[in-house]
Every structure is written in structure tokens, then in C-alpha cells.
Ligand binder design. Structure first.
Ligand SMILES: Nc1ncnc2c1ncn2[C@@H]1O[C@H](COP(=O)(O)OP(=O)(O)OP(=O)(O)O)[C@@H](O)[C@H]1O
Ligand SMILES: [Mg+2]
Length: 503
């Protein structure tokens, strides 16, 4: 189990501790602000849950809005068993729905603030809590004209919480205030050491979530809004934007003398050159070997010392490695040299395990993980391959993401390939989708290689052609090809005879 040392409290929320460059200010109060539905409660529950499960730091959850049962249900939907933690004496959920603001010195009223703070103190001692959440502060206040009173009481609450040697999170909604009425959110913001803002807006079909550290007294942090995703596994933050911008700027400054890369043997029959920054769509059907062709273009990059990322949406990397061995490509060798990387649904114990399992049903997560791969590896030259878009579309159609979301995801990736001068390879089963969708995806690409099978005298023949190649001279006629053990994809009739003989 990790330990929280120094003057920071690591939340354990994916990516958040990178955003704050170390965690929340220890034993201080943080305000988490956002409109309804932006994720305040998810964040708060996860902060407490990760504290206990990752750092052995017990927690108190004070709920002003939902009953303890609702909180536990909420957590169960996120995959966490709070009841078990409560039974083990690591967590206490306090129902504060009936508590109202009174002077904290007034401890006599059951529903008074003074009474509640005493209870928190007692519980903190009892379970040796290190984390406190108050969800939400709104529950504490009626809108008041008496700002001085509110300010004084808030100050006392914060002091009282800090005095308990706990790192606290207070949540607060954004409220429209009538003229002349005090906005105590601002008062709270001024009093706490750290303010986090959550935002959500609908763009396309899925909600686009963002998170920002508005202030963190005395500490450096990543600036500006950064992407955030909520999945059934919790919250994930991707503080990537500043580093991605830097990477793109750096790449754009670099004088690129070799505009064209060497092309793989079989592509060279179709086009003379493949330019850097090229996105290639391999559009085939069942049995056309689109996956093998895509992997061959990828592995061709490995032999040219490029970094490669292979995204297997429907196969385990273990099997893919085996297939490629049959074609004479040893992925293991490149994995060991940190040149070859896989994302798949099967790999266990990788750093991004916790969220990678959501990547194939959530295009935003896959998109951010691909960007993270770029930032973490800063490859000089690189290729990535998504095999296949069809699976992504199928998996997402059944959940809440639509093909529009996948198109947005692809468009983002295609643009990254262009601005960073990599090579993007994508496969699609064109028989599985409506023609207008195929058209949209083909439109985004710089090169489209079409595959088809033709049965002649009871024997199936495979053909490919380049049907689109932006900015390069291409031979657009059909070429016969075959996939041969030990050699991979080879063109022309001679190769095909070799394949037939080997059967
Ligand atoms: N188990 C889950 N799986 C996927 N998404 C979830 C899950 N639970 C919550 N969400 C998403 O998180 C969003 C934010 O929920 P949350 O309750 O944290 O908002 P909030 O900011 O606390 O809102 P309010 O101010 O109304 O209390 C939900 O609207 C939903 O879209
Ligand atoms: Mg809430």
C-alpha cells in the first residue's frame, strides 16, 4: 500500500495527482465547485474510497443531499463496496440532511452546526480518519444577507476541520444569486487553500467534462481546464493539453528533410511513396486479411526504428504476437526495447489497467490514452494502428456512444497524425456499415486501400487497390495479393502461387 508523505494528500484518482503535481494540500480544506451533474459526488466518494483502499487513510463522508443508502448505491454503481468499509470501521457516512446553519458555538440543537462538528470530531477520533468530505456545503446555508455572520461561521468551520488533522473536501454547486443577496461561494473560495472547478458540456452525443485547479495556495499545478471522464470505474483526469501543445510545437519547429518514408513492399506496388503525416484506411471485408495488412505496415515501422502502438480492439495481444511470428515478425524483441506497445482488453497489470478496460467502449478514454502514449514516449517517428474501427463502432453503438462520437474521435486522431507527422493505420469492415458512414470515414483519411475477395473457379482470390491517395502518385488498379506464412503480405500472381502451393 502506498503512503502519503510530505505536505500533500494524494487522492488516488486517476490523473488527478498529476494535475495537482502531487495531491491536495495536506490537512487543509479544498473546495470542489461545479454545476449539478458535473461529478462532485463521484469525485468525493472516490476520494474517500481510494484513500482507504490505496493509502490506508480512513474517511468520514458527511452527506447533506443524499441518504447514506443512496451514497452506498451510487458507490456500488461505480464498483465500490462502501458497506464493507463501514463494517471494517474504515469509513463513516454521516447523514446531515436535517442539519441547518446555526452558530457553531450552539451545540444544544440536534440539527445545529455545533452539534454536527462535535460529531465529526468524535468520529474522526474513533476511526482515526485522515479524510473528510462534506457534500455539499449548500446544504448548510440558506441564502443570507448577513455576510459577516456567514463569513465568520465559515471561517470557524474550516478552522475546526483543519484542526482535526484531516484533508477535507467541501463541495458546492453554482447557484444563481438574486441581486443584493450574498454569494457565499465566493466567500468560501476566498477562505479555502485550494479550489477545483468541474464543468460539463454536451458536445456531440456524450458529455464533455473538464476539470481545473482554480487556485492552490503555495503550490504549482497544471493550469487551465483539462479533460476528465466518468466511467463505471470512477473518474479519470487527463492533464495532457499543455504537454501535447508543447510536443506539437516542438515537432512543427523541426525541419523535416525526409518528407517521405520508405513504404512497405506491397504498398510500393500501389504507390511510389507514403508521406509522413499520412492516415491510411484499410477497408476490407471478412477474410480479406485487413488486420494482417495493417499490422504489416505497422511492423514495417519497427524495422525503421519507429515507435509503434497497436490497438487490438477484439484480439488479445498474445495471439497477435503469435500471428506475427508466423509472418516472421518478432514483436517481443521490440516490446523489450520499448518500441512496440499494445492496448487491448486482455492485458493485465499494465499501468493504465484501471481505465484501459473502458477504453473500447468510450472513445474519449481511448483518445486520451493514445495522446498519453505520445506524451509519455515522445517518439521521434511513430505509427499507430487501430484494428478495428468496426469493433469500436459495434461496441459503442450498444452503449451510449454513437458513430458520430467515433467519427469525432477518429478526426482528432487523424489530425494528431498530421501535426506530429506519424503514420496512422486504421482497419474497417466496409460490409458492416452503411455507405454514408464509410464515406465520412474515407473522407477524413489521406489514403484508402480497398480490399476484396473474388471467387474464380471455386478459389478465392484477394485483390487490393489504392482508391484514394492525397498528394501522392498512386496506381489505382486492382492488384492481387496473398498472405503467406513466413513472409506476410505479398503482391502479384507469383506470390499467390507460392501461397497456393503452401496450402
Ligand atoms: N456509475 C456511473 N457510471 C458512469 N457514469 C456515472 C456513474 N455515476 C455517475 N455518473 C455520471 O456522473 C455524473 C455526475 O454525477 P454526480 O452525482 O457526481 O454529480 P454532482 O456534481 O454531485 O451533481 P449534484 O450537484 O446534482 O449533486 C452523472 O450525471 C453521470 O453522468
Ligand atoms: Mg452531488
Amino acid at each position: 500500500m502506498a503512503e502519503n508523505t510530505g505536505d500533500r494528500t494524494k487522492t488516488g484518482i486517476y490523473g488527478f495527482d498529476d494535475l495537482t503535481l502531487g495531491g491536495l494540500p495536506k490537512n487543509r480544506c479544498t473546495l470542489l465547485r461545479g454545476n449539478t451533474g458535473t461529478g462532485k459526488t463521484v469525485f468525493s466518494i472516490e476520494y474517500i474510497y481510494r484513500g482507504i483502499s490505496l493509502f490506508n487513510e480512513n474517511g468520514i463522508y458527511i452527506s447533506f443531499e443524499e441518504s447514506p443508502e443512496q451514497i452506498k448505491k451510487h458507490a456500488r454503481n461505480l464498483g465500490w463496496d462502501l458497506q464493507k468499509l463501514e463494517n471494517e470501521g474504515k469509513l463513516k457516512i454521516i447523514d446531515a440532511r436535517s442539519v441547518w446553519i446555526t452558530s457553531i458555538e450552539d451545540e444544544s440543537t440536534e440539527s445545529g452546526l455545533g452539534h454536527l462538528l462535535n460529531r465529526i470530531k468524535k468520529e474522526v477520533k474513533e476511526i482515526n480518519a485522515k479524510r473528510i468530505v462534506i457534500d455539499t456545503m449548500y446544504g448548510l446555508f440558506v441564502e443570507s444577507k448577513f455576510v459577516i455572520l456567514i463569513r465568520r461561521e465559515l471561517h470557524k468551520i474550516l478552522n475546526s476541520l483543519s484542526g482535526m488533522d484531516c484533508t477535507s473536501i467541501l463541495t458546492m454547486g453554482n447557484i444563481d444569486h438574486a441581486p443584493g443577496i450574498i454569494d457565499y461561494t465566493q466567500v468560501l473560495e476566498a477562505l479555502v487553500d485550494c479550489v477545483i472547478i468541474l464543468e460539463e458540456k454536451k458536445k456531440g452525443v456524450y458529455p464533455e467534462r473538464k476539470i481545473k485547479i482554480l487556485k492552490m495556495r503555495g503550490y504549482e499545478h497544471v493550469a487551465g481546464f483539462q479533460p476528465m471522464v466518468i466511467t463505471p470505474g470512477g473518474l479519470s483526469v487527463f492533464p495532457l493539453i499543455p504537454r501535447l501543445t508543447k510536443l506539437i510545437e516542438k515537432r512543427n519547429l523541426k525541419k523535416d528533410t525526409s518528407v517521405y518514408i520508405d513504404s512497405p513492399a506491397f504498398i510500393s506496388c500501389l504507390t511510389k511513396k507514403i508521406p509522413r503525416g499520412c492516415n491510411i484506411l484499410i477497408a476490407g471485408g471478412v477474410g480479406t486479411n485487413s488486420g494482417n495488412i495493417a499490422r504489416q505496415i505497422l511492423s514495417d515501422g519497427l524495422t525503421r526504428n519507429e515507435s509503434c502502438l497497436l490497438i487490438n480492439t477484439h484480439e488479445s495481444s498474445y495471439f497477435v504476437e503469435k500471428f506475427m511470428k508466423n509472418f516472421g515478425v518478432d514483436f517481443q524483441k521490440y516490446i523489450k526495447n520499448n518500441k512496440m506497445f499494445f492496448f487491448d482488453d486482455y492485458v493485465k497489470n499494465q499501468t493504465d489497467d484501471r481505465i484501459i478496460k473502458h477504453a473500447f467502449s468510450n472513445p474519449l478514454i481511448l483518445s486520451y490514452l493514445m495522446d498519453k502514449w505520445l506524451i509519455d514516449n515522445e517518439p521521434e517517428n511513430f505509427r499507430w494502428c487501430i484494428n478495428s474501427i468496426t469493433t469500436l463502432l459495434a461496441m459503442n453503438d450498444h452503449i451510449k456512444y454513437s458513430s458520430v462520437d467515433i467519427q469525432r474521435f477518429l478526426y482528432d486522431k487523424v489530425r494528431k497524425i498530421r501535426s506530429l507527422r506519424g503514420i496512422g493505420i486504421y482497419t474497417i469492415n466496409k460490409d458492416a456499415h452503411p455507405p454514408n458512414l464509410i464515406n465520412m470515414i474515407e473522407n477524413m483519411m489521406d489514403m484508402v486501400i480497398e480490399l476484396k475477395l473474388i471467387e474464380e473457379k471455386s478459389v478465392q482470390h484477394s485483390y487490393m487497390r489504392v482508391c484514394k491517395a492525397r498528394g501522392v502518385e498512386a496506381n489505382t488498379s486492382w492488384h492481387q495479393y496473398a498472405v503467406v506464412g513466413g513472409q506476410g503480405v505479398i503482391m502479384a500472381n507469383d506470390a499467390y502461387s507460392a501461397f497456393k502451393n503452401s496450402c
